[in-house]
Design a protein around this ligand. Structure first.
Ligand SMILES: Nc1ncnc2c1ncn2[C@@H]1O[C@H](COP(=O)(O)OP(=O)(O)OP(=O)(O)O)[C@@H](O)[C@H]1O
Ligand SMILES: [Mg+2]
Length: 211
């Protein structure tokens, strides 16, 4: 087999391994009863808002939660109440990039967009620069102890994260059931630095016993 064919076959296998794990963990997450999802989301948001990195950030890039994700509504509300600049992403399908916008009033500035997610309405928002982000919440499906993650398969955060300031903390909010010791990853996959679950804070590179 030629090297090119080998590369293609390896990429397909990686794609399939990610897809299988993504499907399995999504099914587990979807099965979490709503009251538990709400209770655990509250605990996770409480932990995030107490993180020094989050507290010190003037401008934070969050996500509007959808489906069975950790609910971010309260995190968004607290961000605005604390006087921070709230940034939310919008999917640009043509460029395959995330555009960032400043949001002061979610009620009037957001609308259901791609995948049914509440996204900024560009005509009603200030367009923000990637360099403004001082703290980022990275969405996803599966999280490994070494910082690698599996998202929804678009590669949007893999393309966004390298454009953010190097010092910007990359944090994910997830249920404990979304954690695995390892996940398959390729050259484009970007690591995060921390996962916050209902059980606590998991920093990449810090042994479990030292936490
Ligand atoms: N920086 C990049 N440049 C070019 N292609 C990329 C880059 N990052 C990711 N991709 C491509 O995007 C596709 C989806 O990547 P992947 O399966 O890792 O998505 P994901 O991590 O689950 O999604 P997301 O980052 O949106 O959460 C893959 O084909 C991957 O090769
Ligand atoms: Mg990826």
């Amino acid at each position: 087999m030629s090297t090119m064919a080998e590369n293609e076959s390896a990429a397909r296998t990686l794609y399939q391994r990610k897809a299988m794990l993504r499907t399995a963990v999504l099914a587990e997450r979807d099965a979490l009863p709503l009251p538990l999802r709400k209770e655990r989301s509250r605990a996770i948001v409480g932990t995030i808002t107490a993180l020094p990195g989050f507290r010190g950030a003037r401008s934070v890039l969050l996500t509007s939660s959808f489906g069975s994700e950790v609910e971010t509504g309260e995190l968004i509300a607290q961000t605005l109440a604390s006087g921070k600049t709230l940034l939310l992403p919008r999917v640009n399908k043509e460029s395959r990039m995330l555009e960032l916008y400043g949001i002061a009033d979610p009620e009037s500035q957001l609308a259901r967009g791609t995948y049914g997610i509440a996204e900024p309405r560009p005509e009603r928002c200030r367009c923000a620069a990637y360099g403004e982000v001082e703290w980022v919440l990275v969405p996803g499906v599966v999280y490994a102890d070494d910082g690698f993650r599996i998202g929804y398969g678009g590669g949007y955060y893999d393309r966004l994260l390298p454009l953010l300031p190097a010092a910007t903390p990359r944090v994910s909010a997830a249920f404990q059931l979304q954690r695995r010791s390892e996940v398959p990853h390729g050259v484009h996959d970007q690591k995060i630095g921390m996962v916050v679950t209902e059980s606590g804070v998991y920093r990449v590179g810090v042994p479990e016993t030292a936490r």
